[in-house]
Design a protein around this ligand. Structure first.
Ligand code: KMH
Ligand code: ZN
Length: 311
């Protein structure tokens, strides 16, 4: 069994400041949190950028560069840059971060879907919101379709290949694994394929054990068990830790982080992403699975190395 690759998804672009005061949002907070998460055992950190003043998700390339370079200066962790963008961006705009930064890893959203967090709004009173954009942003997602059509996905594949960036293929539902098979058959993906089962997002598959197992069984059947490495996300609590434990036992890899879940225990907010990482490191150790260093993760995934990025 491979050593366990832990990814820390630090801030995301849909977690709201109202949900937790511990969400890192400024470049300095995101960099500090990335360094601590890596020290706790994360081999890879997944980054989004937020406006340093308003905490709103931003696509400003300079903020991305500042975060990626800041992490590189203080940590050996792999930096996985999002290509998810923010609402209203075209796929063409979303992929530009790849030639800009030439990262080792970048997310690759493997199909179109509804994607929303609007039910969260009902949990808060108007005066709870810390920023004026939060409530409307969350409610607006009710009408959002996250578009990743085949033409877009082919552009993502070729752009990532040209820049030596490995796609982290995010499958939010079973149909997305069929899309990945299409891309594989078009010879647009290099092996091993790095796939992440994203469960528990409103608009995608649920986060039950059966859901994750069905994703894994489907990927084995369509992609071939020897052709891919997999990681799992269980959005929300306790799904994050349940599915991480499943991955530990089954030879998969795992992602934790405030992009997906903000609780360390029932009703208790985590104070940093490192706390979430430390918990899954404890689970892995209890179950006898060794945790991969960043360089061991690079070898498992076949990454080009941190000397070949453009930041
Ligand atoms: N923008 C969200 C709908 C990723 O990091 O690639 C999903 C997202 C995932 O951004
Ligand atoms: Zn993300």
């Amino acid at each position: 069994m491979d050593k366990l690759i832990i990814t820390a998804a630090l801030t995301g672009n849909v977690t709201l400041p109202v949900q937790t005061p511990y969400l890192p949002t400024t470049p300095k907070q995101i960099i500090d949190d990335a360094v601590r998460a890596a020290e706790a055992g994360a081999a890879s950190v997944h980054i989004h950028a937020r406006d340093p003043v308003t905490a709103k998700p931003t696509t400003d390339p300079e903020v991305y560069r500042e975060i990626a370079a800041g992490i590189k200066a203080r940590s050996n962790a792999i930096v996985c840059v999002t290509t998810g963008g923010v609402t209203g961006m075209t796929a063409d705009q979303r992929v530009r971060v790849v030639p800009n930064l030439k990262p080792e890893l970048a997310t690759f959203n493997a199909g179109s879907m509804n994607f929303s967090i609007h039910p969260i709004v009902a949990r808060y009173k108007d005066e709870d919101f810390r920023y004026d954009w939060e409530k409307d942003f969350a409610l607006g997602l009710k009408e959002y379709v996250f578009s990743n059509n085949f033409a877009d996905m082919e552009v993502f594949c070729t752009t990532m290949r040209e820049n030596g960036t490995k796609p982290e293929l995010e499958a939010y539902d079973v149909g997305h694994i069929y899309n990945i098979r299409y891309l594989m058959r078009q010879k647009l993906l290099d092996f091993p394929i790095w796939m992440q089962f994203v469960t528990g997002v409103l608009g995608g598959i649920g986060s039950g054990i059966e859901d994750a197992l069905y994703m894994k069984q489907t990927a084995d059947r369509l992609i071939g068990a020897d052709n891919y490495k997999w990681s799992v996300i269980g959005a929300g609590y306790p799904a994050e830790f349940h599915l991480d434990t499943l991955a530990v036992m089954m030879g998969g890899h795992e992602r934790v982080g405030m992009e997906d879940n903000i609780f360390i225990e029932k009703g208790v907010l985590c104070k940093s992403n490192a706390e979430l990482v430390a918990k899954v490191v404890r689970i892995a150790r209890e179950l006898g699975r060794e945790v991969a260093t960043p360089d061991e993760a690079r070898a498992i995934l076949g990454l080009k190395g941190r000397d070949n990025v453009n930041y």
